[in-house]
Design a protein around this ligand. Structure first.
Ligand SMILES: Cc1cc2nc3c(=O)[nH]c(=O)nc-3n(C[C@H](O)[C@H](O)[C@H](O)COP(=O)(O)OP(=O)(O)OC[C@H]3O[C@@H](n4cnc5c(N)ncnc54)[C@H](O)[C@@H]3O)c2cc1C
Length: 469
């Protein structure tokens, strides 16, 4: 008699971008697929994300006159990652980025805004925003496609153990009726995977004990943009069966966050998409600039943390208009505030007024020269000087945003054991994996990572089992 309660070809754990993408691809390749998700609804961090995707060599870039290439994207990622990235994985991500982006538009039906943006560390514009500037747009499309294809998504069902025989991962033990707050379920089930298990359980940004073990300064005192249950238990399950950990102490802080709201909030849209592109970031005591505002997230966050108290990001009406973004939410919440003059702005944030005026003047001179001698920041060709009231400002203090570390995978998304060999029947994708981004992930590259490696994991999982024995 079988000791399994159910059997599927492929079991996917986690219903975020990576897991749902893998499920759709595995099902499209002909496998029977179940997705198990510990929360009461799919989405994880994916559904609360901004839905920004990076891709090089797209039709949208071409029609905007932007000459990009996977090679340039690859070099940008390695530079930000300080060479810690596993190059073969970066190659796969950058070379398949345009195809994955197009797949999400054509096959899933995701609508993107008709614009291409540039974020810190990318050497040119290659970031696309899903409609509504939210990952919910992509999650909705994935859930709809999964349902159309007959993928079963079981919510409130948590992975407890990966079951292995002497050769391979052959199934999972799950808790049904799972309550993430109580960390308990109502009944246990054993589900067999005829071909493979794909683990796509996301990062551990909200798991204070786990993250502060890896990086002690990231204690309870440091807020996170992640959803409350972005925790490490599934990663620990992977480590228990001998998966190789990579870069667990490399944890990204979001440098565009505000200490005046909880979580991700509404401020990052202003700071990242407007302030750091067209405006300036100033020191709270001296009102001087101290960094290239278009640096990657690691550089910017470290620069702010070193100062030790919130800095101020400043921009003006011309920049807000030029950007085309709507920041009403941040204004309603008072996270971003407006001022008729720079002197009023200085008074509100306790900045010395005369030095602030001099800083703005110096920056405006750099804008009219088209070059920033002080910090080497690229000045966008359409950059207006900061001189059109009202002025906009936001306090900046970094929050835990993304965990670069996770389990090691190869280019086929197979999980690699401590003996450097693939663990048969086990694939992983998305933020639960490590090595793709090295010391620092560039903006919009996490979703690309989930789409590219989710697709690879799903396709290969569907073919695994009988074939890889
Ligand atoms: C606020 C915010 C904004 C962001 N914006 C962007 C952006 O614009 N562009 C970009 O590239 N990146 C962005 N990121 C990062 C990106 O969204 C994430 O890295 C990505 O969504 C992770 O996807 P994932 O599928 O790996 O994990 P998730 O989306 O977190 O999904 C993992 C799922 O696994 C489930 N799970 C976990 N453990 C278990 C278990 N034991 N059993 C069963 N299920 C389990 C979780 O509940 C979750 O639903 C943002 C992140 C945040 C927090």
């Amino acid at each position: 008699m079988s000791d399994w309660d159910e059997t599927f070809d492929v079991i996917v754990v986690g219903a975020g971008f990576a897991g749902l993408t893998a499920a759709v691809e595995a099902r499209t390749a002909g496998a029977s697929v179940v997705v198990i998700e510990k929360m009461k609804a799919p989405g994880g961090n994916s559904v609360i994300s901004d839905g920004g995707v990076a891709a090089a060599g797209t039709a949208l870039q071409e029609s905007s006159g932007i000459q990009d290439s996977p090679e340039l994207f690859y070099r940008d990622m390695l530079k930000a990652g300080m060479g810690l990235n596993h190059p073969a994985l970066v190659r796969v991500l950058t070379e398949k980025s345009a195809e994955a982006f197009q797949w999400s538009a054509d096959y899933l039906g995701v609508q993107y805004l008709k614009r291409v943006d540039r974020f810190g560390g990318h050497s040119l514009p290659r970031c696309y925003a899903a409609e509504g500037i939210t990952g919910a747009t992509i999650i909705k499309a994935l859930v709809t496609k999964a349902a159309e294809l007959g993928v079963s998504v079981r919510t409130a069902t948590s992975l407890s153990t990966l079951v292995t025989d002497e050769r391979r991962v052959c199934g999972v033990v799950v808790e049904e009726g799972y309550d993430a707050r109580k960390k308990t379920g109502t009944n246990t089930k054993r589900v067999k995977a005829e071909r493979a298990v794909v683990v796509a359980t996301g990062g551990f940004g909200a798991d204070v004990p786990f993250r502060s073990t890896q990086a002690p300064r990231l204690s309870q005192e440091v807020d996170t943009t992640n959803h409350k249950f972005a925790t490490a238990e599934a990663l620990v399950t992977l480590l228990r069966i001998g998966s190789t950990p990579v870069h667990l102490s490399h944890i990204q802080l979001g440098p565009w966050a505000s200490p005046d709201e909880k979580g991700f909030g509404s401020g990052p849209l202003f700071a990242d998409y407007i302030g750091f592109l067209y405006g300036i970031l100033v020191h709270p005591l001296t009102a001087t600039r101290f960094v290239n505002e278009q640096s990657d997230r690691k550089l910017l966050s470290e620069a702010v943390m070193e100062i030790g108290s919130p800095c101020v990001c400043i921009s003006d009406q011309a920049a807000v208009t030029r950007s085309g973004w709507n920041i009403d939410r941040a204004l309603r919440k008072n996270v971003v505030q407006t001022f008729g003059t720079l002197e009023e702005l200085a008074c509100r944030y306790n900045l010395p007024a005369q030095p602030l005026l001099r800083t703005v003047e110096r920056f405006n001179a750099a804008v009219s020269r088209g070059g920033d001698d002080e910090f080497g920041r690229p000045i966008l060709t359409d950059s207006p000087p900061i001189q059109h009231p009202p002025y906009f400002a936001m306090r900046i203090w970094p929050k835990v945003h993304y965990t670069m570390g996770g389990v090691r995978i190869d280019e086929r998304a197979q999980v690699i054991a401590l003996d450097h060999r693939p663990i048969q029947g086990l694939y992983a994708a998305g933020e639960v994996t490590g090595g793709v981004h090295g010391a620092c992930r560039l903006g919009s590259c996490a979703i690309t990572d989930c789409l590219v490696f989710g697709r690879i994991a799903g396709k290969n999982a569907a073919l695994a089992g009988h074939l890889d024995g």
